[in-house]
Structure formats: C-alpha cells, structure tokens
Design a protein around this ligand. Structure first.
Ligand SMILES: [Mn+2]
Length: 278
C-alpha cells in the first residue's frame, strides 16, 4: 500500500557531510519514487565552504533549513517525505512534525547516532549532529526556533553500531533506546516495543544502516550492518505498528556501483513504491 503524504521535499543537500556524491541521491530517489503528493525541489545554494562555530558549511545548511521551514510553515503539512541528501537534509521536516505531533516516535535507522554537538564533533560535519540538533542541542542556526525540541525518550536508534565516546555517554545518560544490528535482524518487532500502536512516527532512514557489502552506494559505508532484507522487514514492522507522519531517505550516493533493486526493496517497505504483482 502506498503511504499517503501531503508533500514531498527533494533536497540535494550534501554540505552536511561535505560529500557531493549524495547530492545526486535526491534526484535519483525522486525518479524512483512515484509522485503521490505535491513535490517541491528545494534549491541548495553554494555557500562559503568554511566552518563556523565548529560546523562545516554552516551558512549553506542554515540557509537551506530556513528555506525549507518557510515552505513547511506556509503549507503546514501533517505528513512529509524528504528525499535527500545527507542526514541533515530533513531537519526542517522533522522539526515541523515534532511540533505537529507531540507524541511522535522518531526511528533513527542509521549506522551512526548523529548525536554529536558542534563542540564534541571530531569532524565538524553537521550530518553527525542531526539528531542532537533535533533534541535542541545543535547549533542555534539549525535548531528549531519555534517549538519544543524532541525528547530523548521519543527516539529509537535502529541498527546503530558506530558511535563516538560522547555519543555513547549521551545515550546512556539519557536512556535513549538503541537497537543494535543483530537484534534488529532477529526481532524487527522489538523496535516498536513499548510504543503505542497507531501513534505517529517518523522514520529517518540513512542507507548506511545496511551492510555495505549489500548497499555500497552510501557516503559513509560502515561494516557490520544488517542485510537489506532485514532492514526492509524492520521498516515494514515500524510502518505497520504506527501511523507514519514522516519519512526521510538519506545518504544515497548513486554514483557508486550498486544494484538498484535493493533501493527499491527499502522504498517498498516504506510504502513509497507499489509492491510488484505476483
Ligand atoms: Mn547518518
């Protein structure tokens, strides 16, 4: 069944990971996913490639996020699809939906925690700060000026396996739910444990959650991941348990050789593609 949403944002943002290969991911996903909503192609302007306050390319990131916020404020959608782009491409969408749905659960399906602060980040890359930004502790040019931030208990990290020490400390200090790859593969239903059936959820899918031998077309391949079929089962389990308010697909680098069917399998699990007949 196709997931019905109000707006699709196509966001070729790459400055969050400083890797231009993921810019082409947005257009590639837009070609794969049939339009079932108003579709907006967001312009990403070339800002100065410098770091400010510990965040690389901050000017471009802030400008793009602000532009997306304006588009969303104007339309006030309750369901949003974002096709990225790097892990910072859906900040505005996730912030908007956090305001719209106070009981939102956010599934961060990613090899990484994206929980660094500008001060702690070893790289200065905003895509590694995206989730912490949604928690209200990112750079003030990227956090939501309009509303309450996400709470740690609203988050489920799924497939996470590569964390910096401060991210580990944050997760244990704030009791963030983290489901490691083996658990995700063995028991996809475990992801939704304790979350009310039918409640709203947001799925941030970073394709690097998948084992890179199966899904090499990502900016930051990270060994030790679940296979694509296991990730698809997990996504389908989340989609079946909740009312999906938002989906983001990120970090796709289509210039790297890969089989497109595996992307299609994930998009299908998210309700973005019709299941093939038969
Ligand atoms: Mn990520």
């Amino acid at each position: 069944m196709i997931w019905q949403r109000d707006v699709d944002l196509v966001v070729p943002l790459w400055q969050g990971g400083d890797d231009v290969r993921v810019a082409a991911g947005a257009g590639a996903l837009a070609r794969l996913v049939p339009t079932h909503a108003e579709r907006l192609h967001i312009a990403v302007s070339e800002g100065p490639r410098r770091a400010r306050d510990g965040v690389r390319n901050l000017d471009t990131l802030a400008q793009t996020t602000r532009r997306m916020r304006q588009r969303l404020d104007h339309r006030n959608p309750s369901r949003i699809l974002t096709l990225g782009g790097d892990c910072a491409c859906d900040l505005a969408a996730a912030q908007h939906l956090t305001r719209r749905h106070p009981d939102l659960t956010v599934y961060w399906v990613d090899a990484h925690g994206d929980l660094n602060t500008p001060a702690q980040s070893p790289s200065g890359l905003a895509h590694g700060m995206a989730l912490r930004t949604l928690l209200g502790e990112g750079h003030p040019d990227l956090t939501d000026p309009a509303g309450p931030a996400l709470r740690p208990d609203q988050i489920v990290l799924a497939g996470v396996r590569d964390l910096d020490p401060p991210e580990r400390s944050y997760i244990s200090a704030n009791a963030v739910t983290a489901v490691e790859p083996a658990r995700l593969a063995d028991a996809p239903d475990h992801l939704t444990a304790g979350r009310r059936a039918g409640s709203p959820a947001y799925i941030h899918l970073d394709l690097d959650v998948c084992e890179p031998l199966e899904m090499p077309a990502v900016a930051v391949p990270t060994p030790g991941g679940p296979g694509v079929a296991a990730v698809a089962r997990a996504l389908a389990a989340v989609a079946a348990h909740h009312r999906i308010a938002g989906v983001a697909v990120t970090e796709y680098a289509p210039v790297i050789e890969h089989g497109e069917q595996r992307i299609a399998d994930l998009l299908e699990a998210l309700g973005l593609l019709e299941r093939p007949a038969g």
